[in-house]
Design a protein around this ligand. Structure first.
Ligand code: NAD
Length: 443
């Protein structure tokens, strides 16, 4: 079976290479010529652990190739996956221009029965919109089906998530595309991954409902953590005990500087927008968006409090050097979209601080977004050198075992703001550091 995957970003490239790994013949298409040229030259345009090996193996074995020629690829394929971006519009709605462009190109190049599978996260009703766009071009000349197959992979563990998913959701209107989808995912059948077969609208809704719920868990534990700081409780113990309750589960109960990334922020905004458009109320989602935004900015207050700074002064952080460790929105990715680290850096800069940053992978992406308003360092110790405070904003593994005696010598003052709670407050304080974290600061 020949498959086209449109969009070679985090989702498209993982989907394409993993489907090739299952033995299918896959062409990955992108409009970005640079990306395709890199891929053709054996280079991976994004950082995702394990992706390089799987791409190289499948290219070598002749099952995976790359092109910018979408028209030709559509004609040769039975199944076309859409995995293009659906960023936030100004009003919070999902911007569907890329999805609609692809649907038009599919309509213009249909030459027989095809299954169009939407993997992008799209508002409920988009499957029908894609169908209407294609139908308006081909009419009854060729049969086609539109399927919703939302993706749940997490950046940083995307290959494993795709190969061993918790569930596979397929939304379709007929038996024929469902049978084709089951065939594509037959390898998952063998590992007994559960399938949820439903209609297109329900499948589209499942993705938003899942993401918003996870975002809600994070915002909930962040607010609990803030309260723990006020009342002398330890949020780690609270989260641990909560997580032991099977009804709650321990996942996504890690307090920190708020969630970021390319999914939760935009998907919660899109869900809230959708609810308003539908005349329904999702006040809990509206609130979690607000809580998350405020959590990111609360980190500045925390840092100021740690440094005992008079916040009423203009540019209160002027003459302060601050080191920031971690820029990506989470470890093991180079993705900095809506990363809390970027908000924190901007807040520090607005208050006059000089900022030195280091990320094992995401320095380059950050440079493209922020330019030279901060200094980019080559390692954690360079970022700490001469600083009045060191902030841990992303919990990369290499930050978990820092050499604190070396840090103490390098830093101007021994202040640590551990916004991912990777260290024990008691141990750090015993080593002579002034230390703050999220929800354990007062223990
Ligand atoms: P991305 O921005 O990394 O990649 C999108 C790619 O699509 C880009 O390379 C872009 O050049 C390409 N593109 C845009 N228009 C095109 C066109 N007309 N023809 C060919 N290529 C085109 O996006 P992503 O992070 O992979 O996300 C894709 C979708 O999957 C989004 O809807 C997102 O919400 C959803 N999703 C993302 C994740 C994640 O962790 N990143 C997880 C689950 C779902």
């Amino acid at each position: 079976m020949r498959i086209t995957v449109v969009g070679t970003g985090y989702v498209g490239l993982v989907t394409g290479s993993c489907l090739a790994e299952f033995g299918l013949l896959v062409t990955c298409v992108d409009i970005d010529e640079n990306k395709i040229n890199l891929l053709k030259n054996g280079k991976i345009p994004i950082y995702e652990p394990g992706l390089n090996n799987i791409v190289q193996k499948n290219v070598k074995e002749g099952r995976l190739n790359f092109t910018t020629d979408l028209q030709n690829s559509i004609k040769k394929s039975l199944v076309i996956f859409i995995a293009v971006g659906t960023p936030s519009g100004n009003d919070g709605s999902a911007d569907l221009q890329y999805v609609e462009d692809v649907a038009k190109t599919i309509g213009k190049n249909l030459n027989g029965y095809k299954v169009i599978v939407n993997k992008s996260t799209v508002p409920i009703g988009t499957g029908k919109k894609i169908r209407d766009i294609i139908y308006s071009i081909v009419g009854n000349k060729y049969r086609f089906d539109v399927v919703s197959n939302p993706e749940f992979l997490r950046e940083g563990s995307a290959i494993n998530d795709f190969l061993r998913p918790d569930r596979i959701v397929i939304g379709a209107e007929h038996d024929e595309p469902i049978a084709i989808m089951r065939d594509i995912y037959s390898a998952h059948y063998l590992i007994e991954a559960p399938f949820v077969i439903t209609n297109v609208e329900t499948a589209e809704m499942i993705k938003y409902a899942s993401n918003a719920f996870l975002a809600l868990k994070i915002s909930y534990i962040n607010e609990i953590a803030n309260l723990c700081d006020c009342v002398g409780a330890d949020v780690h113990k609270v989260a641990k005990a909560m997580g032991m309750d099977g009804r709650i589960s321990s996942k996504f109960l890690h307090p920190g500087p708020g969630f970021g990334g390319s999914c939760f922020p935009k998907d919660t905004r899109a869900l809230s927008y959708m609810a308003k458009e539908a005349g329904s109320k999702l006040s809990i989602v509206d609130k979690l968006i607000e809580v998350n935004e405020s959590q990111k900015h609360l980190m500045l207050d925390k840092i100021m409090k740690l440094l005992d700074i008079d916040t009423k002064k203009t540019e209160p952080l002027k003459s302060y050097n601050i080191g920031v460790l971690g820029l990506s929105f989470k470890p093991n990715t180079d993705d900095i979209r809506e990363s809390p680290a970027i908000t924190i850096i901007n807040d520090l800069l607005k208050n006059g601080a000089c900022v030195r940053v280091f990320d094992p992978i995401a320095n380059e992406n950050t440079k493209q977004q922020l330019g030279n308003v901060v200094e980019y360092m080559e390692n954690e110790y360079q970022a700490a050198e001469g600083s009045h405070c060191l902030i841990i904003s992303t919990e990369w593994n290499q930050f978990r075992k820092l050499d604190f005696s070396k840090l103490k010598q390098l830093m101007k003052d021994p202040y640590i703001a551990d916004l991912r709670n990777i260290y024990d407050p008691i141990v750090l304080k015993r080593m002579g550091f002034e230390y703050t974290c999220v929800g354990r600061s007062s223990i």
